[in-house]
Design a protein around this ligand. Structure first.
Ligand SMILES: Nc1ncnc2c1ncn2[C@@H]1O[C@H](COP(=O)(O)OP(=O)(O)OP(=O)(O)O)[C@@H](O)[C@H]1O
Length: 227
């Protein structure tokens, strides 16, 4: 479902004499439907960069990045938006929302975007919010003023609203208490059971042991410094 072949990425620092920093070389990995792989490697090894390259936020310098039948490395912006709407979900660590939109609609929005009717979308949003212990009195408020942990849970509810065939999870259990962490791990297990292919970053070792089928150490893709 997700397959990277020989992907490389470097950053050009235009404000620092156009210095070029290679961060990834020859990245190759494959995630089958129903499988969750965990990215490992020291801080700065390139875990988040790999996720952003797959999501199309960063343009790869070379290689193929297949998500379903779309090569993200070659896709047009319009194709990438369609891929994100229908196929590829991304739960980042931080919630980014349009101000003043009620939480219930923030969570229902990915379902409306794929044509689910409003009542059904709101029902699913309500089930997710209740499961993640967001009190009902908050559902009609914008999440912009919520606590960090509440915002993270709204973000997770939104990320799991639509049944994406492929998912990127960047530390989805960071800063959650044990009960909510267990709920999120349950959502990940359900997504795997319905056949989602998942790439995740989990710093929490017990979380990663519970949901990951195998690990990929991204430092094997870190270019060696030229002496
Ligand atoms: N937008 C950017 N511009 C320039 N350099 C960047 C950019 N994003 C990441 N880098 C560099 O790429 C390297 C990999 O960063 P990345 O955030 O992917 O690491 P990580 O493995 O996710 O680290 P952590 O575990 O600390 O989150 C780092 O050296 C970082 O400085």
């Amino acid at each position: 479902m997700i397959e990277l072949q020989n992907v490389s990425k470097s950053f050009t620092l235009h404000n620092q004499g156009a210095a070029v920093i290679p961060v990834m070389e020859g990245a190759t990995l494959k995630v089958e439907p129903g499988e969750c792989i965990g990215l490992t490697g020291a801080s700065g090894a390139g875990k988040s960069t790999l996720m952003r390259v797959v999501y199309g936020n960063y343009l790869a310098a070379s290689g193929r990045i297949m998500v379903g039948d779309v090569d993200v490395a070659q896709a047009t912006p319009r194709d990438i938006l369609a891929l994100r709407r229908e196929t590829l979900g991304y739960v980042s660590q931080f919630l980014r929302v349009v101000p003043r939109v009620p939480t219930l609609d923030v969570v229902a929005e990915p379902l409306l975007a794929v044509g689910v009717e409003q009542d059904a979308a709101r029902d699913r949003a309500a089930t997710l919010l209740a499961g993640l212990n967001i009190p009902e009195r908050l559902w009609q408020l914008s999440p912009t003023t919520f606590s960090g942990g509440e915002q993270q849970r709204v973000n997770i509810a939104r990320g799991f609203a639509h049944s994406y065939p492929a998912l990127l999870l960047d530390e989805p259990t960071a800063s959650l208490d044990a009960k909510n962490r267990a709920t999120v791990l349950g959502l990940i297990a359900q997504a795997k059971a319905r056949g989602a292919a998942i790439i995740g970053i989990f710093h929490d070792e017990s979380a990663r042991a519970q949901v990951c089928d195998r690990f990929v150490d991204v430092s094997t893709f870190t270019p060696r410094a030229v002496a």
